[in-house]
Design a protein around this ligand. Structure first.
Ligand SMILES: [Zn+2]
Length: 469
């Protein structure tokens, strides 16, 4: 038997409805993978956000093991809102490329979220969009950085991310995302010439596009705009990725396992619920003084505008509401007792969240998760006590305070066309996987599946399981 070879490409935020239902016939490479292998919707993490979703995918572990529920996390101490951006060192579990490195396989990872700073692997690694600047050490080995710069024509041509995508003119954004996709594939195609057994890469451009270009293709979007140039913008970005993949797949040995997946989907977003404003109305959160303008929680805390002695709960999140009880023993000035008081309060808040109507008075299909129903692991304590998907993610959330109503379309970062969806796309071509649609799969199944292909059995209990038969 020849040595296994696995090529995995993540298309961040690729939505099942777009790929499988709307556009598959226009994406010949993805279409052939669907026809030749297994495919389906893959369940994302709670919440369906890039971090924790990709770390769960590549560790095979539930986010409760890392205590992460967003790209940002709270450092708990004297403050409630000491926010920091996640980094790879917070993931205390090996990723699939670490296990394979130890087993002597050659691995390459490029642009995978939450791999900055990069780790030592048997091969090479280029970190992703959380890389601070091109001066940072974002590659392993460090000298790979200059090789990559020369591939794209110099350090000043290197694109870490397309920043400010929510506020950018959509036409300019579209062009910048096309450039970014070509830039990334140029580097990917260069790396493919090296020796590897596992190659993992993630393309971010669809995620950035979903947030700003959705309203141009979807006539059911509440802010639909007719624009002959941009109507195919999102589709064209998918096609661009499909074209590059056609190139790559045709050059790989035929028995290479190919996996394409996304970490979450996307859904058209109607508006957002200002969750903390709702909590103020319900007497769950008390302010010493209302701010004059919408203000972030960390600023409110600095200005001592929150009355913690009379606050029972607060929420974080821009897409998904993450509710924290002001719990004694965990929160800096907690007032809610663990046990009965905590449980009763969670039930009360669940009812309040489910009762919230849409801006037009419509009843919403809101889903609220208790933490113990969706998380396991040693860091479950710091995870949100409740997580709400307003209108099953057709409504977003907003944590800022200082609005006149409980509805707003924009957060402090800007407006948005779409929310994240709870399912991503999955397709896999491998002789040991059953062809056709597969159901009941989740991101945590990916790492065990890849390790199974290589016959590597680490001594760990994964939260996912291999998809091979
Ligand atoms: Zn994502």
């Amino acid at each position: 038997m020849s040595k296994p070879k696995v090529f995995l490409v993540g298309i961040d935020s690729a939505a099942p409805w777009q790929v499988f239902d709307l556009w598959l016939k226009e994406l010949p490479t993805l279409k052939s993978l669907v026809e030749e292998g297994a495919w389906g919707r893959i369940r994302s993490t709670v919440p369906p956000i890039t971090c924790p979703a990709w770390p769960s995918t590549f560790t095979g572990m539930n986010p409760g093991h890392f205590g992460l529920y967003d790209l940002r996390y709270r450092k708990l101490g004297k403050r409630y809102f000491d926010f920091h951006i996640v980094n790879s060192r917070l993931i205390k579990y090996e990723r699939v490329w670490d296990y394979l490195s130890e087993a002597g396989y050659k691995v390459i990872t490029a642009f995978v979220p939450v791999t900055y700073p990069p780790s030592k692997v048997n091969g090479c690694q280029i970190a992703s969009f959380l890389t601070p600047t091109t001066k940072s050490e974002f590659t392993y080995p460090p000298e790979l950085k200059n090789e990559i710069f020369s591939v794209i024509g110099g350090e000043e041509k290197y694109i870490i991310d397309v920043y400010g995508y929510r506020q950018m003119d959509p036409r300019e954004l579209y062009q910048r995302l096309r450039e970014k996709t070509d830039h990334d594939f140029k580097i990917i195609k260069h790396l493919l010439k090296k020796e590897w057994d596992l190659f993992v890469t993630v393309i971010m451009s669809i995620d950035r596009a979903q947030h700003t270009l959705w309203r141009f293709f979807d006539k059911d979007h509440p802010r639909y705009e007719e624009d002959p140039e941009l109507k195919d913008g999102l589709l064209n970005l998918y096609k661009q990725i499909d074209d590059h993949l056609a190139d790559i797949v045709s050059q790989l040995p035929e028995d290479t396992t190919i996996i394409v997946l996304s970490d979450h989907g996307a859904k058209r977003m109607f508006s957002r619920i200002n969750v903390n404003e709702l909590f103020i109305q319900e007497g769950l959160l008390k302010l010493n003084k209302k701010p004059k303008h919408p203000t972030g929680l960390d600023k409110l805390e600095e200005q001592e505008l929150i009355n913690w002695k009379e606050t029972k709960a607060f929420a974080l999140g821009a897409y998904i509401a993450q509710v924290f009880i002001n719990l004694k023993g965990r929160e800096p000035k907690g007032i809610v007792n663990p046990g009965e008081e905590y449980e009763d309060l969670r039930k009360q808040i669940t009812d309040i969240l489910k009762e919230v109507r849409g801006e037009d008075g419509r009843k919403l299909n809101t889903i609220v998760y208790m933490k113990e129903d969706v998380y396991c692991g040693e860091k479950i304590d710091v995870m949100p006590d409740l997580t709400a998907y307003f209108d099953n993610l057709h409504y977003g959330a907003n944590e800022a305070i200082g609005y006149d109503s409980i509805y707003s379309l924009a957060t402090l970062k800007g407006p948005d066309d779409s929310n994240h969806g709870e399912f991503g796309i999955f397709m896999m071509r491998n002789e040991n996987v059953r062809k056709g649609e597969i159901k009941n799969i989740k991101l945590e199944d990916i790492a065990p599946t890849i390790l199974d292909i290589f016959g590597v059995k680490p001594n760990i209990k994964f939260d996912g399981k291999s998809l091979l038969r």
